[in-house]
Design a protein around this ligand. Sequence first.
Ligand SMILES: Cc1cc2nc3c(=O)[nH]c(=O)nc-3n(C[C@H](O)[C@H](O)[C@H](O)COP(=O)(O)OP(=O)(O)OC[C@H]3O[C@@H](n4cnc5c(N)ncnc54)[C@H](O)[C@@H]3O)c2cc1C
Length: 411
Amino acid sequence: MDNFDVIVVGGGPAGMMAAGRAAECGRRVLLLEKNRKVGEKLNLTGGGRCNITNAEFDTRAFLSFFGDARKFLFSPFSRFAVQETFAFFEGRGLPLVVEERKRAFPRSQQAADVTRTLVDYMEEFGVERRMGVEVKRLVVEEDRISGVETDRGFLAAESVVLATGGASYRETGSTGDGLEWLRGLGHTVHAATPDIVPLRVQEQWVKDLSGLAIEPMKITFAARNGETLARQGKLLFTHFGISGPLILNSAHEVKKLLRHGPVAAAIDLFPGEEPNLVDRRVLEVFDENRNRTLRNAAKPLVPAGMSRALAEHLPAELLDKKVNVVTQEERKILVRLLKGLPLTITGTMGYDWAVVCDGGIDMAEVDTRSMRSRRYANLYIVGDLLHISRPSGGYSLQLCWTSGWVAGENA
Ligand SMILES: Cc1cc2nc3c(=O)[nH]c(=O)nc-3n(C[C@H](O)[C@H](O)[C@H](O)COP(=O)(O)OP(=O)(O)OC[C@H]3O[C@@H](n4cnc5c(N)ncnc54)[C@H](O)[C@@H]3O)c2cc1C
């Protein structure tokens, strides 16, 4: 019978880091992955370029993006934080570059190079990898995990690192198995719901603008129960609705508003300018285009392509009017639109578009000094299995590097 010091279930970023580190610490390690290759999701990250971390070297500032969960993270980040991520990858021949919003990428711009670096790390310290092996369940004997039951039989281990990921992009292998097992073991597991995810919009004009990004703008979301939320920054129109970092990072809040039904949103194209100032701008533009129709004269007022969106909301008679005969009242209609172009949010794009899911094991049930379960002394839990909501921008993978490293070292 096979017998290992450590079995790592799942060959994603967190699992590979944990396996490599445990082996580096002298343990006999087996990594089990149900896919034929490790790092299927990792290879898709950052649009194939892998936003490997966020180059915020002040851990307190870095963790300020993790909401309430940050209190659990100071301890593991004191062992392995952003600085260590840079040192780890660069020291292994993968130079990193930092782009806007401190997002760090491999200089090669290839996510597959990140996977390769981790595979090399595991090979260097003799991690045994078995691909195409699906773990069916964890086997428990007297409050300890004695090993794992796979589709090829039982494998015993002194410790097990669970790194099966969450439940987004299921085709990459992250089918939520670990979440089910943890629940079965009596752990509190919060339901996985798509978190950092684009929003679906009802109106066709939004979809027609697919590819257009507008900045600055302010978007306000209003739920049917009267709750509202406002965000300012850059918005990206897509063929299904709206996206971009601002929207992705607002989705968690918008999801709460969506519980009451479709959400009425409005885009303010002149954030920070009162309506009377906007009206003055409109007058200036009209002055320069006296003999043109409103349909044409309004074009300079909005980002290229968006005049069609305005046209959707204005009566045809007004659009065809020469601007020198447009009345003050009619101008008010236009100003109202520039300050609040309406659209309807009907939902999020769901699991398949989610960058991360917020579900996972309740953090109070993990001893984050070691990433060990507080119920099973030889079970370690890492990566997307942790119930930690965070923004896009390299924060998720940093969580994998940190939790994987700490679990590997303690397993
Ligand atoms: C499109 C996309 C882009 C992203 N871009 C970024 C980015 O640029 N930066 C960033 O920080 N984060 C990004 N993320 C998030 C990041 O990919 C995840 O946080 C990360 O992959 C989680 O790693 P993990 O090791 O916990 O799990 P996963 O990467 O999900 O890996 C889990 C592994 O476990 C295996 N497995 C599952 N069940 C079993 C089983 N029963 N038996 C054996 N093996 C099993 C799976 O096949 C899989 O290989 C992105 C996510 C997506 C979907």
